[in-house]
Design a protein around this ligand. Structure first.
Ligand code: NDP
Length: 336
């Protein structure tokens, strides 16, 4: 079995030699245990943010979908597929409980429900944690109404691409902010977003003045920083902001050199904005509700689930680094 350890805490952007791949021979399974072979592994921004919480030399945190190869646990039968926060490892022995590790979102593993004709990898995206995040983080916090204008940053990623599509289902006008024109064309031409801002090229303030003439009612924020301050300048009175992520600051050293932030507070104050942060784990007890609706929308072709798949377990660090650099469109996944 292969696994990746966090060899060194990241300084700035993660680098390939911050990781170390090691091999080990696993013991035989005991009563109550089962053996899983990783099929698809997830690489997510939170791994960058949380890596400083785990000691150097620890297994990298992360979720995966695996196939059960052997089992002495009747709840986890051989041949079924399971989602688990098993970390960056190619094989895992688990006893049905959440792995005993420090880290985010460590929840107990579960056998995946039937996806019908939808590919299994979507269990790491629209039918998994990013789907839960987009669905409740947007609907529950932004409470969109038909005809309202919704802006989403990180719009071409796993969560953002879903939020924009859900906003279209809810009959909103949708503006996406992302880092390249190729991503922008995909958002408008394929996913049905109304407008697009390339934050690396456009003057965001000027562009929003042109394309959000009626102001912005809902903002789903995946990035924070300057982009978000500028969006808030364009929000309407009593607008709602769902604070999902702050990827623009994940490479900062919060201890020694905290980021110098732009200040959105006058906009929050003067426009009576409602801001709410949330963790997807807050909604885990409503997973089935979200799963059923997302699966229906996927089958009705109302929701697409773009993926960027990197092949080879040994390419986990590369896939992770490239996702942080914005090379992914939709959910970034590693296929073993
Ligand atoms: P994505 O698939 O969106 O991948 C990350 C994307 O972030 C990149 O593709 C890149 O796209 C963009 N990005 C990278 N650096 C910057 C920057 N400095 N400024 C603006 N954009 C940047 O990841 P996810 O959809 O999985 O996650 C999106 C956000 O949601 C993250 O902040 C994540 O931490 C958060 N999140 C929060 C959860 C919660 O429970 N609250 C759960 C899941 C995710 P581009 O080319 O556009 O730059």
């Amino acid at each position: 079995a292969k696994k990746f350890l966090l060899a060194k805490h990241f300084q700035g952007e993660p680098k390939e030699n911050d990781f170390q791949m090691v091999e080990e021979t696993l013991p035989s399974i005991k009563d109550g245990e089962y053996l899983v072979e990783a099929v698809f592994l997830s690489v997510d921004p939170y791994m960058r943010a949380y890596a400083h919480n785990i000691p150097e030399g620890s297994l990298m945190v992360g979720g995966q979908i695996g196939k059960i190869l052997e089992s002495k646990n009747s709840k986890f039968p051989v041949g079924k597929y399971v989602f688990g926060d098993f970390g960056w490892c190619s094989y895992t022995i688990n006893d049905g409980n959440a792995p005993d590790r420090k880290g985010p979102r460590i929840s107990p593993p579960f056998v995946l429900p039937d996806f019908g004709n939808v590919p299994l990898s979507v269990g790491l995206g629209a039918l998994g944690m990013p789907g839960l995040t987009a669905y409740f983080g947007f609907l529950d916090i932004c409470k969109p109404k038909p005809g309202e204008t919704v802006c989403v940053s990180g719009a071409a990623g796993a969560v953002g691409s879903l939020v924009g599509q859900i906003a279209k289902i809810k009959e909103c006008k949708v503006i996406g902010i992302a880092g390249s024109d190729e991503k922008g064309s995909y958002l408008t031409d394929v996913l049905g977003f109304d407008k697009f801002v390339n934050y690396k090229k456009d003057n965001i303030d000027k562009k929003l003045t042109e394309i959000a003439k009626d102001g912005i009612d809902c903002y789903f924020d995946n990035v924070a920083g300057e982009i978000s301050t500028t969006v808030m300048k364009h929000m309407n009175i009593k607008g709602r902001v769902s604070v999902c992520g702050s990827i623009s600051s994940y490479n900062f050293d919060y201890v020694h050199d905290p980021p110098k932030v732009t200040v959105p507070f006058p906009y929050i104050l003067n426009k009576n904005l409602h801001l709410q942060g949330f963790q997807s784990s807050l909604y885990i007890h409503r997973f089935n509700e979200c799963f059923t609706q997302m699966l229906q929308w996927i089958n009705q072709k109302k929701i697409r689930h773009p993926e960027t798949i990197t092949t080879g377990f040994e390419n986990m660090p590369k896939a992770f680094i490239e996702m942080l650099q914005g090379k992914n469109l939709g959910k970034a996944i590693v296929k073993v």
